[in-house]
Structures are given as C-alpha cells and as structure tokens.
Design a protein around this ligand. Sequence first.
Ligand code: FES
Length: 170
Amino acid sequence: MTANAAAQNRPGDRLSSAIRAEIDQWIAKYPLDRKSSAVMAALRIVQEHHGWLSTELMDAVADYLDMPPIAVYEVATFYSMYDREPVGRHKVCVCTNISCLLNGSDHIVEHLERKLGIKLGETTADGKITLKEVECLGACAGAPMVQVDKAYYEHLTPAKVDEILKDLDK
Ligand code: FES
C-alpha cells in the first residue's frame, strides 16, 4: 500500500463529514495539542449518529483525536451513557445508587422489569426499549429517578412509571 493509500484509509475516515464537523467544534474549544479533551463529546456525537459505539467507531474516534484506542475504550466503558451494543429506540436508565436505592429504586426496577418483560441490560423483543442500570445521575434530591432518552423523571412511583412508558412513541 502506498503512503497516500494508507492515509486515505485511516480509521478516522469512517466518520462522516457531518460527524467530523461536529467534533471539530469541540476540538476548537481546547488547546491545539489537547485534541483528546474532546473525547467525551466525540463519543456522544458518534453515538447520536450511529445509535451505539462499535469497536470500529471507537477506533475511528481514537484516530481522529490522535489517541491510543485503549484510552477511548476506557472512557466509553467507564460512563454508562455510552452504549457498546445496539440499543432500542428508547433508553430507560434507572439509577440504583444510594439515594435512589434508599428511596425505593429496587421497587422501580422490579416494576419496570415486570412491565417490560425484560431484565436490566436487555432490550424488548420489538426493539422499542432498552432497560439500563446506571450510577448516580446527579438528581438525588428527586430520588428515585430515571432518565428516559434525554429527559429526567423524578420522585417515581410505579404509576408514574406506567405514565412515562405509555407516552413513549406518542
Ligand atoms: S443516587 Fe440516584 S440520582 Fe443520585
């Protein structure tokens, strides 16, 4: 392979020009030699476009930000907002951390699992909902809480959960 051909087949080329343009806006916020500071934003952007983060896409982000792939995997595996497997059209993320646990998140989880017919970490057969367990989402005063897609719902009860699920895809 010639040097030119290799340059044209870099992992970062897997990112569309639209994705690269969005990431560039974040890179511009940091010093020139700190492109890697944009990694969290870059992973979010790629996930929004592709639905989840495959190894190939994480490698593309690493290449685009001049980072070792392992450093990108570390970020993607640490934060629960990143999905490394395909997910449903909606993500229901239940916080089970201390404030939510003390305020009944275990009952909320049981209710969701029964209602959806899946366990934490699974997706409904129709591909509509993925149920995830997450760490504290910073809304402890509203415990127990859940994040559905980009919205927070607090002071949950089973009845409130039913209302939230009913409104999905309306
Ligand atoms: S413990 Fe659930 S939001 Fe903080």
